[in-house]
Design a protein around this ligand. Sequence first.
Ligand code: CMC
Length: 425
Amino acid sequence: MTDKKAYLKVDGLEETFELPVLHGTEGPDVVDVRALTSKGLFTYDPGFVSTAACDSGITFIDGGKGILLHGGYPIEQLAEKSDYMEVCYLLLNGELPNAEQKAKFVSTIKNHTMVHEQLSHFFNGFRRDGHPMAIMCGVVGALSAFYHDSLDINDAHHREVCAFRLIAKIPTIAAMCYKYSIGMPFMYPRNDLNYAENFLYMMFGNPCEEYVPNPVLAKAMDKIFILHADHEQNASTSTVRLAGSSGANPFACIASGIAALWGPAHGGANEAVLTMLEEIGDAENIPEFIAKAKDPNDPFRLMGFGHRVYRNFDPRAKVMKVSCDEVLKELGLENDPLLKIAKELERIALEDEYFVERKLYPNVDFYSGIILKAIGIPTNMFTVIFALSRTIGWISHWNEFHSSPNRIGRPRQLYTGPAKRDYPG
Ligand code: CMC
């Protein structure tokens, strides 16, 4: 809080409203408009473009400068020097772990990786060709029917256990969604492997053969997890916070986050990138698609380009691009036709006036989609992997919300329907 004030004068009203201006550690000041409702006024901000819905100490983004910090640490440094388990600890606790804390955290997560055996029967209720996001949404929501002993949202220990369970079980559930879709047996987690290796094992291992994880691919997978771990008050995180504000149980809240993430404007973009590349089909068709993207009367957009917050570049995309090149080289896929289209699209869009003027740079999902495809992950699993990575962000925000005084989220509206009228007759 500062002594700064903002003043609001509304035509037709005598009073000039004096509004406190709040000051965070980083980022723009915010005008505290809470008192306006008692004066008969609401603020109007569809899409929450200028609205700070909460205060939070987890993640900071400066979209203009292309900065993303978790607990104050730049994402580039975390991606280079840290690993996903450390980032999870940081997001949950606000500080990086020391060696002992990290060992304990990793061991705790490993001890929760299996799911209740009964949960595996739940999958049989779904069609095998159901979208894995639909299955994941249902199965994660159903966790509240299995883990009754961590559902007291007012108990900090319950909240912590619930976070451990979600971080540990979400890769197991994600891999089960995939194995179910291809009719292969579920693979029990292997606690001798690290988090990323274990996920690849559960995805690609089978009971008949030994599975040896490729270190380059496991490292790239870990980077994907880190780069998607949290992104402050995006649509899915805000959904989790809003669902949590009613006192809903944490598993239900995370299921709501998964549902919100699914859309192509958010987490569904990585899947949409690959669908778009397949639709383009050949580099010679690129100009046609670029023209469609630029046509204001055509709803088509270049998937994987642009971002609501990053108006300069997406710092995650820079890291992901390097990782993408490493993976393609490791797998000898530099000449894959689809990936060639992606590279050409990236080159043209970065030079084209329309995209440059609007600062529409490739975002994280442009490159993550290419990496996941190269690793052999089917397109419809891409958003599932985003959800897996983002679970730590969601549960950290949910926990932060419940760790301090709070109230139910209840946006207001500008009503534009019919004025009060009498029922005819
Ligand atoms: N292709 C073509 N034109 C675009 C694109 C695009 N991908 N993105 C924005 N524009 C244009 C838009 O038409 C508008 O043009 P004009 O000023 O002439 O009307 C201008 O750029 C500004 O766009 P906007 O709609 O105001 O931007 P927004 O902040 O509402 O939307 C976005 C952000 C990410 C939804 C949008 O850029 C988009 O749809 N991108 C493609 C989907 C995508 O890749 N999403 C993943 C985001 S990263 C993962 C995550 O964090 O969720």
